[in-house]
Design a protein around this ligand. Structure first.
Ligand SMILES: [Ca+2]
Length: 296
């Protein structure tokens, strides 16, 4: 009886040790990676190489590596298997993923590149997307099943490559106090896949309606900028001396009297206070009101 009790204790201890060992083994297999996946820089045409590397120590016959991607962001192009030993194939599943199948192959002894999967950025896609790898069971070099294979997800960020102002704002001249008007301005962004998109959202910097002079207005979208020039003038200051006085009045009167000498561009803008496209007696009258402080 005493011996049986002792035997039971030994058996119980052995069972405990076995359980601990099993736990250790499960823990070890959970740490299996098997693969690593990485994305290269976006190339011309919006092509992105995603490199799949296989760790050494596996015979991956029958294993499937699935790369799940966002169809609204990426298109699968092809998989290049290169000189990697074994028969392999790739196909696109109906559920937004590429499946790489290890049909039959030699055991992988050292870490090596298995294949490069090429994706293309969908037209107009901007932002960050993830490629999520999942791996089925495989067998190791001793024909034992290996589970818990995995690879970290890959993050890909796409931003506009260039920003071009294809047409400038119609309004170039401003009187102090007028708000900036970008009507007529067209901004076009070019993306890595060559697609273009007209931008409606952008930031504007550098315009100060209370400061007279030539100003450069900067348009910003993401990390890219474009710019255009404007002239801000103190209303009534025709000769640009920052004063509104009889000297300015004399210039307007002179232009109004010799109507055939109508100015253009900035000179017209400064004298045409009524903003009707011609310098005449009405502008002279308005100038006298500005000088006397009746209007501003
Ligand atoms: Ca003046």
């Amino acid at each position: 009886m005493h011996v049986t009790k002792r035997l039971a204790r030994v058996l119980a201890l052995a069972l405990c040790v076995t359980m601990v060992l099993q736990a250790a083994l499960i823990s070890a297999s959970a740490l299996n990676r098997g693969f690593s996946v990485s994305a290269g820089a976006i190339q011309d045409g919006g092509l992105i190489p995603v490199t799949v590397t296989v760790d050494g120590g596996y015979n991956l016959a029958g294993c499937k590596l699935k790369l799940r991607f966002d169809e609204g962001f990426l298109q699968y192009v092809r998989a290049d298997f290169g000189a990697f030993g074994g028969v392999t194939e790739a196909g696109v599943s109906s559920d937004d993923s590429v499946t790489l199948s290890f049909v039959s192959m030699d055991a992988v002894t050292t870490t090596q590149t298995f294949c490069i999967v090429w994706f293309r950025v969908v037209d107009g896609a901007v932002g960050t997307t993830q490629i999520e790898p999942t791996v089925s069971e495989a067998i190791d070099v001793n024909n034992q099943t290996v589970s818990g294979l995995s690879a970290d997800s890959v993050s890909i960020t796409v931003t506009a490559q260039t920003l071009t102002m294809t047409s400038q704002p119609s309004k170039k001249y401003y009187f102090c106090g007028e708000p900036l008007d970008t009507t007529g301005m067209t901004l076009v962004a070019t993306f890595p896949n060559g697609s273009t998109k007209e931008l409606a959202d952008f930031g504007l910097f550098g315009f100060d309606t209370n400061s007279s002079g030539n100003q450069t207005v900067t348009v910003r979208s993401g990390k890219h900028t474009a710019s255009f020039e404007v002239v801000v003038a103190r209303k009534g200051d025709v000769n640009c001396d920052d004063l509104v006085n009889l000297a300015d009045y004399a210039i307007i009167v002179d232009t109004a009297v010799f109507a055939e000498n109508q100015p253009e561009g900035e000179t017209l803008f400064r004298q045409d206070l009524m903003q009707d496209g011609a310098v005449d007696c009405f502008d002279a009258a308005y100038e006298s009101l500005l000088i006397s402080g009746i209007v501003q």
